[in-house]
Design a protein around this ligand. Structure first.
Ligand code: ATP
Ligand code: MG
Length: 381
């Protein structure tokens, strides 16, 4: 999608007698010469009227939004609205359409996100967003206390925009965050994760972490307190999983229950953070037990925490040199062991296999049938 595409859409809407503007992030990023993520259009046309003019999908009808397909790109078109009462500090209870674009601008979060662009690419600014864009300031539209009370997610969005743009958060807006930060715990955890992930992927992450610490927001993100503090002073670029694993490593390898990561991610963060806390050097046994990916992650975590060197290449090499990666790779099988000894199957099989695995991994034994058979005979009690 592009601003040019959006301008064409606006012209079509205007020709039909409606008002329409580009709004939000696309206008902001266009003025900052940044790549544009997605383009939002705001209009007084109702969703059914938009749907008559374009190929449209009802992606957010509840909120007056349709996604239209125009010249192979998608655009979100939303009818001017006023947001009603919010519940859970998050969702507007009901929305009301508005006739005035200014009302639609005022429901938006920050002044830099409240700029409009018309069909001639003129900027229309009802909220002094241009001045804030030039001064590199993130400022809530209207009373920050009221705006964060309506929707607590906006507090996390302030840090995301700081991380994305490198701007400062205005003092009043920051004070309101310090005061209202506890409401962040009322937001659905998946949304908190999504906002954090966007923040973690952004260029000026460290600044956002610094502001989280000065406002105390890190304290309402359980288990991440120490990680956010640490990374507000270290490391400029962090992969998402390295951050979460390192933060939980600094939290004794504990992931508090509030976090609704996918099972796969939770498992990764859990195992790798504990492994990183136990070992600063990865052994053949670790690779055998946990696999390559988790060992590489644990090493990266120890690296960003200043506990070890990056050992990616060595760990890969060690992994590819493993004589076995599972006990079924042993050349002497459980069935062989039972046949050779004439003993009944039982716990002893697992026991001796375990010892063989260790001996083979440490290169004390070759993984050969005859060698393992001799070992077996010598180690039967
Ligand atoms: P990005 O570059 O991440 O896409 P964006 O500013 O476009 O940033 P979106 O989440 O795509 O952010 O939202 C589009 C616009 O909708 C915002 O610019 C803002 O005007 C408005 N908006 C989004 N979320 C909220 C919110 N929680 N409260 C108020 N306004 C919001
Ligand atoms: Mg956007």
């Amino acid at each position: 999608m592009s601003i040019q595409g959006a301008i064409k859409i606006i012209k079509i809407l205007k020709r039909e007698g409606f008002e329409a503007y580009v709004v939000g992030g696309a206008v902001r990023d266009h003025l900052l010469h940044l790549p544009i993520n997605d383009v939002d259009i705001t209009t007084n046309a109702k969703p059914h009227q938009v749907s008559k003019l374009f190929k449209a999908k009802p992606t957010g009808l509840k909120y007056g939004t349709v996604t239209i397909l125009f010249q192979d790109d998608q655009y979100e078109v939303t009818t001017y609205r006023l947001d009603g009462e919010y519940k859970d500090n998050r969702h507007p209870e009901e929305i009301t359409y508005s006739e005035e674009v200014i009302e639609d601008v005022k429901r938006r979060d920050f002044t830099i996100n409240g700029l409009l662009m018309d069909s001639e690419m003129n900027i229309i600014d009802y909220v002094d967003g241009k001045a804030d864009l030039e001064a590199k300031v993130i400022r809530a539209i209207g009373d920050p206390y009221q705006r964060f009370n309506e929707d607590a997610l906006r507090m996390l969005r302030a840090f995301y925009f700081q991380a994305k743009l490198g701007f400062q958060i205005d003092r009043q807006t920051r004070n309101a965050i310090s005061e209202l930060k506890d409401q962040i715990t009322n937001i659905a955890n998946e949304r908190v994760i999504a906002e954090l992930v966007k923040t973690l992927k952004s260029k000026y992450l460290r600044r956002a972490f610094k502001s989280m610490v000065t406002t105390g927001v890190h304290q309402v993100l359980p288990g991440l307190e120490k990680g956010i503090e640490y990374f507000s002073e270290h490391a400029d670029k962090l992969f998402v999983e390295v951050f979460f694993t390192a933060a939980f490593a600094l939290n004794q390898g504990v992931i508090p229950d509030v976090w609704k990561f996918s099972n796969k991610h939770k498992h990764r963060y859990q195992v790798a953070s504990q492994l990183a806390n136990q070992k600063t050097a990865i052994s053949a046994m670790d690779l055998y037990q946990y696999g390559l990916e988790l060992c590489l992650l644990a090493n990266k975590v120890n690296y960003v925490l200043g506990r070890a060197k990056l050992q990616g290449a060595e760990i890969q090499k060690k992994y590819h040199e493993l004589p076995i990666t599972s006990e079924v790779d042993l050349k002497l099988r459980a069935a062989d062991m039972i046949e050779i000894t004439g003993k009944k199957a039982g716990a002893w099989v697992k026991q001796i296999q375990k010892q063989m695995v260790i001996e083979v991994l440490e290169h004390h034994l070759k993984n050969e049938y005859e060698v393992l058979k001799t070992y077996l005979i010598n180690h039967l009690e």
